[in-house]
Design a protein around this ligand. Sequence first.
Ligand code: SAH
Length: 366
Amino acid sequence: MKTLLDALHTTDSPSVPQLVRLLAARNDDGNMLRDAAIACMTRHVGDTVFLRGLVEVSNRCVQNCHYCGIRADAPVSRYRVTEDELMQAAHQCNRLGYGSMVLQSGEMPSDGYVDFICRAVEKIKKSTASDILPSGLGITLSLGVLSQPQYQRLFDAGAHRYLLRIETSDARLFASLHPKAQSLSARLEALERLQSVGFQTGTGVMTGLPGQTLEMLANDILTFRKLNIDMVGMGPFLPSDNTPMANARVLPAMERFQLGLNMIAVTRLVCRDINIASTTALEALHPQGRLLGLQWGANVAMPSFTPEKKRIFYTLYNDKPMSATVDGVVAAIETIGRKVGLNAYGDPRHFFSRLNGTGGEKWGTE
Ligand code: SAH
C-alpha cells in the first residue's frame, strides 16, 4: 500500500488497477489511504473546512431518474420556497459567517423558474454585500441540465459555481439508472457549457449503485480529472421508496459507507487541488458520516438552511437526516482538529490553476 501511495505522488496517469486497489483498501491499508488523502489535502488546499448554507429551493422536477425520490412520478407534495424564505436563509448564513450558499432543486428548465432564481441570486448578492464580502455571499447552483442561455443568465445574475453530477461515467450503468431520454453525453455536454460560461464547475457520482464495479468508480475519478472539474460531491446510493429502485439490491450499509469514504480519499489523491464536499448521504448511513467524510479528505460542508416545513418533502432517499442543520456545525468541525473558513468564499484552488493553465493535462501543481 505504501509503495502504491508513493507511486501516486509521482505518476502523471494512475492506472485503473492502481485506483481499484486503493478503493478496496480496508483496515490498516484503509487508514494509510486516509492519512495520505489528508496529507494531500493539507498540502494542496489546506485543512480549512468551508461552509455553504444549502437551500433545497424546490422539489418540482421534470425528470424521472430511477433512483430519485423527487422524480416527476414520485407521489410527493411539491413545493417551492418563497423569495422571502430564501432571503431569510441568506441573512442567516451571512450572520453566521458562512461565505456561500448552495441553491439546489429538481430540474425545471423553464424560463420562468430560471427568472425566479436569477432574481433571488441578484437580491441575495446585493443584500449580503459587506466590507468582508464586497459582492455578497458566494452562490453555487445545482439545478440540473439547462440550456446555454439559461446558464449564462444565472452566471450574469451573480452565481459563480454550479454542481451537476454525472452519477456515473459508465454509459451503460447510466442508461440503467435513467429513462431513455436522458444520456450521459447530455450531462457531459452540460458540464462543458457550464465551464464555457465561466462557472467553477462541480460534478460527482453515487457510490454503491447496483451493477457498479470498482473499475467503474476508478474510471469516474479519472473522468473528474480529465474533465478538469473544480469540485466534487459524491455519496452512497440510498434506495428511495416510491421509485423503481426502491428494492434494489445494494451492498450492506457499512460497506457502502466505507466505499463512499474511500472514493473521497482516492478522488483527493488524484484531483488534488479541487474542493470535495462531505455530503448528507454519508450521514444517512452513519451518525458521524459527514465528519468522517472531512477526515477522509473532504474540505466543504453544506448544512441545510431549507425551511423545516419544506425540507421534509425534499426526499431524495429514505432516512434522509433532517437534523443535519447549522447547530453545532462549527464546534463539531473544530473537535476533529480542523479550522472553519468563516466569512470567505473558499473557492476551489483548481479553478484558478485551470484558468492559468497549471492544472489540466499538466499533472499536479507541486
Ligand atoms: N436536479 C439536480 C439536483 C439533483 S439532487 C440535478 O439533476 O443535478 C442532487 C443529487 O442527489 C443527485 O445528483 C444524485 O446524485 C443524488 N441522489 C438522488 N437520489 C439519490 C439516492 N436515492 N441516493 C443517493 N443519492 C441520491
